[in-house]
Ligand binder design. Structure first.
Ligand SMILES: *Cc1c(COP(=O)(O)O)cnc(C)c1O
Length: 395
């Protein structure tokens, strides 16, 4: 269950499908990560920065009015929206930048879609004084102007990707090309549990703090160390695996991942696990939105962070095992969920997070009042206010 094996396989998924020149680089990375994570001093530094810079531990908030409104299980929110920069992504960025420094790298490369991972990376690069290049599709740069300005203010270079649909998939191709051209001095900082081995296991390790904290906090709140259900949205799958990981071995915990159904599963969507088929994208074998010729299909979601045609290989394996249930929520349902959480709890969630809330709205009422749900509140919604007010739900 814990995986991966030493070739980076989660069952049949994962692995490392990369150009020859990157094979030794991935081996160095694997060795550096193993030695760092075994080193007490490295872990202490990582935890200290999470505390002093990120603001951890994040609270586990009992959502009393949401619980009342849905009339079923008791709902707790794991407040990753309160992390510095407004989402869980910074946990992983901190871990990987410490690793990059330990490896003696001078320069960070990242890709970004909506700009959230780019902002988290530019933030830690500034904090540790490393040079930073963020690849971003020109279409995304146009849609996410504010994040482009943020990254530049933080001292990062934002490099426009002009190929293909000019979005995340193309930015990722450019980032990989950049890494292939400068493997020695550069560190490629991947933003989710995707990419070639060892990235999925490394990013999971830097995010499991979410589930580890929730477990401890539940003891104080409810006198028990596991919920009946844990639920999170799934783009690449990092906030979900971060919450789920400590509960994977405990079969009594129902785990639910929520993908973006966009305009509906028969129209444009980003429901990779629900509707995709296995294939290789960005260095790993996993589920993928592709046509019958293996051409990657563009994904669509109202939330830019879920708008990716791939998904982490561990989720592919957990789906096949039946250990995690993967369900979907549409753009419309996500907008309704933003409104509900805002008005019942005084928390405006990110549109990504809202997909998990939408699924929760369907599931919680069928559960018993003494049951407990933990929902990963992966990010705050300020970044999405343009879209939310355009859709008129806030009024
Ligand atoms: C990026 C993002 C996600 C999706 O990424 P995962 O790797 O699936 O967690 C979810 N929520 C927020 C707030 C994000 O910024």
């Amino acid at each position: 269950m814990k995986g991966p094996d030493d070739r980076g396989r989660f069952g049949p998924y994962g692995g490392a499908f990369v150009p020859e020149v990157l094979v030794p680089e991935l081996r160095f990375l694997q060795e550096a990560f193993n030695s760092a994570w075994a080193d007490e001093a490295f872990r202490a530094r990582y935890h200290r920065i999470l505390k002093d810079f990120v603001g951890r531990p994040t609270p586990l908030t009992f959502a009393s009015r949401l619980t009342l409104a849905l009339g079923g299980a008791r709902i707790y929110l794991k407040r990753e929206d309160l992390c510095h920069t407004g989402a869980h992504k910074v946990n992983n960025a901190v871990g990987q930048i410490l690793l990059a420094r330990r490896m003696g790298k001078a320069r960070i490369i990242a890709e970004t879609g909506a700009g959230q991972h780019g902002v988290a990376t530019a933030t830690v690069a500034a904090r540790f004084g490393l040079e930073c290049t963020v690849h971003m599709g020109v279409e995304d740069m146009r849609r996410q102007r504010l994040n482009v300005d943020r990254m530049r203010l933080l001292g990062a270079e934002v490099r426009p990707a002009t190929s293909g649909t000019r979005t995340l998939k193309d930015a990722t191709n450019e980032a990989i090309r950049d890494w292939v051209s400068h493997p020695r001095e550069s560190y490629y900082l991947i933003g989710s549990v995707v990419g070639p081995h060892p990235y999925p296991v490394m990013v999971r390790t830097f995010h499991r703090i979410i589930g580890d904290e929730a477990k401890r906090q539940l003891i104080d709140a409810e006198g028990r160390n596991s919920p009946d259900m844990a639920i999170a949205c799934v783009g690449g799958g990092s906030n979900a695996i971060g919450l789920f990981f400590p509960f994977l071995v405990d079969r009594s915990v129902r785990l639910v991942g929520v993908e973006a159904a966009g305009e509906g599963l028969d129209r444009r969507h980003a429901a990779t696990l629900s509707c995709g088929t296995p294939g290789v994208l960005h260095g790993a074998l996993s589920y993928l939105l592709q046509d019958s010729e293996g051409q990657v299909q563009p994904a669509h979601s109202i939330s830019a962070g879920l708008d990716y045609p791939g998904v982490g290989p561990e989720h592919a394996f957990l789906k096949d095992l039946g250990r995690v249930e993967y369900v979907t929520a549409t753009d419309r349902e996500a907008l309704d969920a933003v409104k509900l959480l805002s008005r019942t709890e005084g928390i405006i969630p990110a549109l990504e997070t809202a997909h998990a809330i939408a699924a929760l709205m369907r599931m919680a009422p069928d559960m018993a009042v003494e049951q407990v749900i933990v929902l990963n509140c992966s990010g705050r919604g300020d970044k999405d206010m343009n879209i939310i007010s355009k859709e008129d739900v806030a009024i």
